[in-house]
Write a protein that binds this ligand. Sequence first.
Ligand code: DGP
Length: 140
Amino acid sequence: MSHDPDCIFCKIIKGEIPCFKLYEDERTLSFMDINPVNPGHALIIPKFHTPNFFEIPLDWLADTMTTTQKIARAVQKTLEPHGLNILQANGPGAAQSVFHLHMHVVPRGEDDGVTMNWGIRPGNMDEIGALSERIRANIA
Ligand code: DGP
């Protein structure tokens, strides 16, 4: 399994740094984004280090998307937002900041002002932790 010891998301996979975990299976992991663009912002990653969409083997991509749907449904059920974006960035021009492929699940409000490159702001860890428990309870 591909792994990069310097990658922050590989460190999360190995449990070397903590996360608010939502879901884990043999090949994927989902956890809360610590710089949420909106409350409920979640990430889904393959347990396979690959920097972007271009290089991930298709079977790993399929597993990542399966987990993305599972988490998106749970976030939708928990927060009932007006909408929900599923996003993925490739390269600095697309505002990619962590070079381990990840899907963003972003709850949206009609007038939340979120743009494609939203900038990184630290979140409130107590709020993120509480939301992670509510979303986890809705994972089917
Ligand atoms: P992107 O900019 O598309 O590469 O998204 C990377 C996201 O990862 C960004 O929204 C912030 C989040 N992030 C960065 N470091 C950490 C971390 O250590 N833990 C968690 N949970 N999220 C992180």
